[in-house]
Design a protein around this ligand. Structure first.
Ligand SMILES: Nc1nc2c(ncn2[C@@H]2O[C@H](COP(=O)(O)OP(=O)(O)O)[C@@H](O)[C@H]2O)c(=O)[nH]1
Ligand SMILES: [Mg+2]
Length: 291
């Protein structure tokens, strides 16, 4: 049997969390088209006949503009040095940017097998010439595999490749586990994802969700109270929406997904509160569980 740790690397929005959810066949990682959807390091545990792969999905490597961003990037960089295999993911539907090159510079000398997953081939021709030519520059990459995290194309080939590289070993985690995150953490991320999907501009970045209460009632229903923190009064107003319409929509979408995840019926209560400039405050970042 084989086992080991695969660290996902890549700039925001290249599809790291989507790939993890696809492989696990369960949505444990939040996904949206907004950068920085992933704020915390998350482990996804994949077990099958050949063995066990522990994936580490971390916040994307980007240029930080505030203290929270700085912690996220530091965490992502630290993660690069962990694990047995580095899996770098790029978005083939877009041109490579300076951020992709910065990531290559960071990983090229790390002494570990490196796989490049060229993602989103469902929306682009993988033979796109310019991209192929550019990828030839990345000569410390051991293997390049074009994939689609949404359709799953070539994900089996990627898994074959990872199992080929991994060392012989026993399970690192209980094979029934999909993640080491708690139900509370995942529920908080589901709510944050629904906010990200339903809001624009600075709101997605200014939001943090704290699960304040999580208990199973005698009737079998799970009662969950989530507090949504924003940085300004004006953001609170936008998030609540006209006659409370937006927060209601977010509540309904979150509840449906939480019920599917927990396999139980849920009563979800959401509160929006202002925590002034929390992303710039060390104690706030800690309180909200980001450090
Ligand atoms: N068409 C297409 N879209 C994808 C693919 N993988 C991810 N996406 C989309 O890209 C966006 C970012 O995905 P996400 O997994 O959150 O990226 P992350 O920031 O790297 O974790 C989301 O809107 C996804 O639905 C893919 O293979 N094909
Ligand atoms: Mg992500």
């Amino acid at each position: 049997m084989k086992s080991g740790v695969v660290v996902l690397a890549g700039k925001p929005n290249t599809g790291k969390s989507t790939l993890l959810n696809y492989i696990l066949k369960e949505k444990i990682a939040p996904v949206s088209s907004k950068p920085q959807t992933t704020r915390k390091r998350l482990k996804g545990i994949y077990t099958e006949e050949r063995g066990q792969i522990v994936f580490i999905d971390s916040p994307g490597l980007h240029k930080p503009t505030h203290i929270l961003g700085k912690y996220m990037v530091e965490e992502a960089i630290k993660n690069l040095y962990d694990g047995d295999v580095l899996l770098w993911i790029i978005d083939s539907s877009k041109n490579l940017t300076e951020e992709d090159y910065t990531i290559y510079e960071r990983i090229k000398n790390i002494k570990k097998p490196k796989i490049l997953a060229i993602n989103k081939i469902d929306i682009v021709n993988p033979k796109r010439k310019e991209l192929i030519n550019e990828l030839n520059n990345f000569n410390s990459i051991d293997k390049m595999i074009p994939i689609s995290s949404t359709t799953g194309e070539n994900v089996d080939i990627l898994l074959d490749e990872i199992f080929n590289i991994l060392p012989e070993g026993e399970y690192l985690y209980d094979p029934d586990l999909l993640t080491d995150s708690t139900e509370r953490e995942i529920v908080g991320e589901i709510i944050r994802e629904k906010i990200l999907i339903n809001t624009e501009e600075e709101i997605p970045y200014s939001v943090a969700v704290l699960i304040d209460d999580f208990k199973e009632r005698e009737n079998g229903k799970v009662y969950i109270k989530g507090i949504i923190y924003v940085e300004k009064e004006s953001q609170k107003k936008i998030l609540i929406g006209f006659k409370g319409n937006l927060i209601k929509k977010i509540g309904v979408e979150s509840r449906i997904e939480i019920e599917r995840f927990l396999g139980k019926s849920v009563f979800l209560e959401l509160w929006v509160k202002v925590y002034k400039n929390w992303r710039k405050k060390e104690e706030a970042i800690r309180y909200l569980g980001y450090k």
